[in-house]
Write a protein that binds this ligand. Structure first.
Ligand code: NAG
Ligand code: NAG
Ligand code: NAG
Ligand code: NAG
Length: 222
């Protein structure tokens, strides 16, 4: 319900913006079409780039229907994809946008961070749905399957994950470095209309309420 309200509010704002600032909106479309260039020798965070850039472009595509936003979303997502080419399918968290070489931050001792590795599902699944190309969805779901292999019975995964074998160690937290992984499990289940194809996401969530106090406890109702 809340999501529907947000979408309605968003669409309304966009309509108002179109009426008040037609030139501005068109300028932003032109800027994206002509100036926005992702071919940069820049080490980008795979997670941040996914939620902000891929997500932002896809949302704008949904709201505007302008194909340029989908093309750009695909462009940047294609540049991120090699990050998932690891033995386990758990992505590296940093990738060079022009060169495509991926790695993890030095301070993790070479390991991937749980939240960084498990928070791309919504955007990549949405991209596959809109382009008809399953490769984006396949990459992000493989990471979930890999985590599932070592997933403890209580549903809580430590924050450091080895991209070679998928094993996880370290602190368990719903704060930084863990948080959005759990969020995305729930959101992917909702995005997939709670059908059998997204059951794996749901599978992770039910054990959580035993260990967590509200507001998480109401997840059971879903
Ligand atoms: C903005 O784009 C729309 C749709 O392409 C067009 O109808 C409108 O005339 C444009 N407005 C300006 C100020 O260029
Ligand atoms: C992308 O950037 C790289 C490195 O700067 C350059 O070698 C390459 O020609 C560029 N590719 C395109 C399509 O612009
Ligand atoms: C996750 O693990 C459970 C228990 O081992 C298994 O039943 C389920 O099929 C797995 N799901 C995926 C997506 O691998
Ligand atoms: C979920 O339902 C919506 C609305 O009916 C549909 O557009 C979307 O494609 C569905 N998603 C999946 C994964 O089936």
């Amino acid at each position: 319900m809340f999501v529907k309200h947000l979408i309605v509010a968003h669409a309304l704002l966009l309509t108002i913006a179109r009426m008040l600032y037609p030139g501005h909106l068109n300028n932003s479309v032109l800027w994206v079409a002509n100036t926005l260039d992702f071919n940069k020798t820049y080490d980008a965070s795979v997670f941040e780039t996914t939620i902000r850039v891929v997500g932002g472009l896809l949302s704008t595509y949904d709201l505007s229907g302008d194909n340029i936003f989908l093309e750009k979303a695909r462009d940047i997502a294609d540049r991120l994809l090699p990050a998932w080419d690891t033995p386990s399918g758990i992505p590296y968290n940093i990738i060079n946008l022009a060169r495509g070489n991926a790695h993890n931050p030095g301070w993790t001792g070479g390991d991937s961070i749980l939240a960084d590795s498990g928070t791309e599902q919504l955007e990549f699944i949405a991209l596959s749905q809109r382009t008809g190309d399953p490769k984006y969805q396949e990459k992000v779901e493989k990471a979930i399957v890999a985590l599932n292999k070592t997933f403890p019975a209580d549903g809580l995964v430590p924050i450091y994950v080895n991209p070679n074998d998928g094993t996880a160690y370290g602190t368990i937290t719903f704060g930084a470095m863990g948080d959005s992984f759990y969020e995305y499990l729930l959101k992917a289940w909702i995005q997939g209309n709670k059908t059998s194809s997204v059951k794996p996401y749901r599978f992770f969530v039910p054990t959580l309420p035993h260990r967590i106090r509200p507001p998480f406890a109401h997840y059971r109702a879903l």
